[in-house]
Design a protein around this ligand. Structure first.
Ligand SMILES: CCCCCCCCCCCCC/C=C/C(=O)SCCNC(=O)CCNC(=O)[C@H](O)C(C)(C)COP(=O)(O)OP(=O)(O)OC[C@H]1O[C@@H](n2cnc3c(N)ncnc32)[C@H](O)[C@@H]1OP(=O)(O)O
Length: 719
């Protein structure tokens, strides 16, 4: 709703009231319409101020309303009525004015912002465009290039930047509403014609066509199949080339297409999924709202390889004191140099001082004695990690949380090395750790809610999206990656090429296909794990790589490449060839194609034509099937956890919502049916066998994803 009051005798003050972010719900819109009518009809009122309660102007249209039947006064005529008003209307922007909130402010005649306010049009991130006139008013106000930037990226700008653009008229450090009221009194009675943005011409640079062409090309390149950024460019182009009313008509057409698209549904789901993962729970019943974290002031990182360096940077940049330990003197010096460089470059980008003094380096594990939390980031080797945990347990002060940055080893085994296993959790960062948003916080059977809450909070403080997951091989992300990689290899055996498989996956929206990604990560990493598991070994009797291991189909293709020293980008050869070691430009490799031909001949495999559909179905559905198993096992509390992990950690295209949401768009029954089909064709591939939870969900009529938790609860209670 919105509250109407009269202040200073002649100013009508409209306060939006819809906690927590004053979203423009039907009730708020109705409140604005009613209040405006009152303000215009009261002769004593000479001007109007619109503000939001609790220091927040508005977070935009109410996203929760998008999925259902829209009711209440529509936004566009409401904003037009404000702009057309005969009395000046001033927006007092505190906190945020985003999306529809900023569009409302653009309908006002003046905008006063607090210096700490941020404004933006993030609709594109929800698969929409600023469809309440924003795409037509913003370019008229701040020019085409700046408007294109803000609308196609959805980025927020500070009040200072907004002032520079001419997006706001004034900024203040004082009480914004008071300043706006005084301003409103001053401008009362002044002509408004020059203040109605819809009447402005849209000023374009001389080379505007070239600009639109360039922006469109950039957007197409980076959108990975998302349609909203393209529609945003088209809408701004309409502002630049058409009169306002026709531009609005074009905005409406484009918005109608987006509004009914699957992409916006996926992105809206993902918006709420990101927030849902913060409300974590453990099978024990411990939850985010009943488990208090303990403050962490000083942290330590053990092992300063690539991961340890990134984690150190992330901690220092967030203001934590860090003890960074590397036992090899030479490595320590190299790491110190690399970390300082990363901090300096990051600080330069953000215009702040580098946090170099936050870090104390040491080559002795004793130096972590007084820290509150340790993140171990040594080489992925259980024996080594166990030793480090034993040492940490002996050295650290009582109550120190001991965390491992393992990407899949058993947290429980590490906890068992310590005096206080309840203080041990996994903190699985993703490379580069100071850049990637995802953090898997892994609880073992002994981890306390206190330890989980503390790791989750630490993650939030260093800017990560943290997801609490249970302890199993590979946790959530890498566990689901396994069947995906496995299917990709099987497809090569059956006739596909790495280029074809990657092309299909990249067209689907992944930033990189599975083989380019493997080349980037290094093929030797998985090889070492497979050797440790007794998988990557030739048959002792024939000396040949066999295609069956432990009773299941196995592809030794990756192992065979590693045996040739082809570890990917770092060696200049992998699934692709590169100009030189370290180069990132992947080129098809004729050697690899002959190698695949010879391999198929050796194993009497006949290459067949594999189409797009098969690549997608086998790679993605086997991964999704594992996702259902993860839910069934209670490793993830809900599908949102999996989807957030995949979008932030594995470049799953956000406009497809994540693997579990994607399954709902395909149709659970179709996923089930195709898995059954492929499992029949490949009975020696257990990951293709549909899991019980998927069958149960289909059996219960494929409920919407928001209802899965109820079915999961029932399935688990029957176990
Ligand atoms: C048939 C064809 C018809 C076609 C025509 C259709 C016509 C429709 C016309 C409509 C025109 C619309 C044009 C405008 C569109 C929009 O405005 S879309 C929304 C744009 N706004 C945003 O994207 C902002 C989203 N919010 C945020 O970025 C952040 O929440 C925040 C505001 C910056 C605050 O961050 P923080 O303090 O970290 O808090 P959070 O945890 O993120 O959020 C707190 C809770 O508030 C909920 N929430 C936030 N924003 C909204 C919102 N806009 N709507 C609803 N709810 C919102 C958020 O979910 C949190 O709640 P919980 O999920 O319960 O935790």
């Amino acid at each position: 709703m919105a509250q109407y009051t009269r202040v200073s005798g002649s100013v009508g003050l409209i306060t939006l009231q819809s906690p927590p972010v004053n979203a423009l719900s039907a009730a708020v819109r109705q409140g604005i319409v009613d209040s405006m009518q009152r303000a215009l009809s009261e002769p004593e009122v000479k001007s109007v101020v619109i503000c939001g309660q609790n220091g927040i102007f508005s977070g935009g249209a109410d996203i929760k309303e998008f999925g259902g039947q829209m009711s209440g006064p529509p936004l566009i005529p409401m904003i037009h009525a404000i702009e057309a008003a005969s009395k000046p209307v001033v927006a007092a922007i505190e906190g945020i004015a985003l999306g529809g909130g900023l569009e409302l402010a653009l309908g006002c005649h003046y905008r006063i912002a607090h210096s700490k306010a941020r404004v933006g049009l993030p609709e594109v991130t929800l698969g929409l465009l600023p469809g309440a006139g924003g795409s037509q008013r913003l370019p008229r106000l701040i020019g085409v290039p700046a408007a294109l930037d803000l609308i196609t990226t959805g980025r927020y700008v500070t009040a200072a930047e907004a002032l520079k653009f001419g997006l706001v008229d004034q900024i203040t450090d004082h009480n914004t509403v008071n300043v706006a009221v005084k301003f409103a009194q001053r401008v009362a009675g002044q002509p408004l014609d020059a203040r109605r943005i819809s009447t402005y011409p849209c000023l374009c640079p001389p080379d505007v066509d070239v600009l639109f062409e360039e922006v469109m090309q950039r957007v197409r390149r980076t959108a990975r199949g998302a349609i909203a950024p393209i529609a945003c460019v088209q809408a701004v182009r309409a502002a630049a080339t058409l009169p306002y009313n026709q531009g609005m008509e074009r905005e409406r057409e484009l918005m109608a297409t987006l509004f009914t698209s699957g992409q916006t549904r996926a992105l809206q789901y993902f918006f709420f999924a990101q927030r849902a993962v913060g409300r974590w729970s453990m099978p024990s019943g411990a939850r985010w709202d009943t488990s208090k974290p303990r403050p962490v002031h000083k942290a330590a990182v053990i092992g300063l390889g690539t991961m340890g360096r990134g984690i150190t940077v992330a901690l220092a940049q967030a203001g934590f004191s860090v003890v960074a330990v590397e036992t090899q003197e030479k490595q320590l010096m190299e790491a110190k140099q690399a970390i300082s460089g990363m901090l300096e470059r990051g600080a330069k980008r953000r215009g702040v001082a580098p946090a170099l003094d936050k870090i104390n380096y040491g080559c002795n594990i004793q130096s972590v004695a007084d820290v509150d939390l340790v993140i171990e980031a040594v080489f992925e080797d259980m024996a080594l990690k166990k030793k480090v945990f034993q040492q940490l347990s002996a050295v650290c002060k009582p109550g120190t949380f001991l965390c491992s940055n393992t990407s899949g080893l058993d947290i429980d085994q590490l906890a068992c090395q310590t005096r206080n296993p309840e203080l041990v959790v996994g903190m699985h960062f993703f490379a580069p750790a100071h850049v990637m948003k995802l953090l898997e916080v892994v609880y073992g059977p002994k981890s306390s809610p206190l330890a989980v809450a503390t790791a989750m909070q630490l993650g939030k403080k260093i800017g990560k999206v943290s997801v609490a997951v249970g302890n199993c091989r590979g946790f959530v992300g890498n566990r689901m990656l396994k069947p995906y990689l496995e299917q990709a290899l099987f497809l090569l055996e059956e006739g596909a090429t790495p280029e074809f498989v990657d092309q299909v996956l990249e067209e689907f929206g992944f930033a990189m296909g599975v083989f380019r990604m493997s080349d980037l990560s290094g093929l030797d990493v998985g090889w070492k794990v497979r050797m440790a598991d007794g998988l990557a070994v030739p048959n002792p009797t024939t000396g040949q790589a066999t295609r069956l291991r432990q009773g299941r189909r196995y592809s030794p293709l990756g192992d065979l490449l590693c045996e040739q020293g082809r570890f990917g980008q770092k060696t200049g050869r992998g699934w692709y060839q590169y100009n030189k070691p370290g180069s990132q430009v992947a080129k098809p490799d004729p050697w690899l194609h002959s190698f695949l031909d010879e391999y198929r001949a050796r194993h009497t495999l006949v290459a067949r034509r594999i189409d797009h559909q098969e690549v997608l179905e086998r790679c993605l559905y086997s991964m999704i099937n594992e996702g259902f198993r993860i839910l069934e096992d209670g490793i993830a509390a809900g599908p949102e956890d999996i989807d957030v992990i995949y979008v932030f950690g594995y470049s799953w295209p956000r406009h497809r919502g994540g693997p579990m949401f994607y399954a709902t768009t395909v149709g659970l029954n179709k996923v089930l049916e195709r898995l059954e089909h492929y499992h029949q064709a490949h009975p020696d591939v257990p990951s293709l066998q549909p899991c019980d939870l998927l069958r149960k969900l289909v059996g219960s009529g494929s409920p919407p994803i928001q209802k899965w938790r109820e079915v999961i609860k029932k399935v688990r209670s029957q176990l």
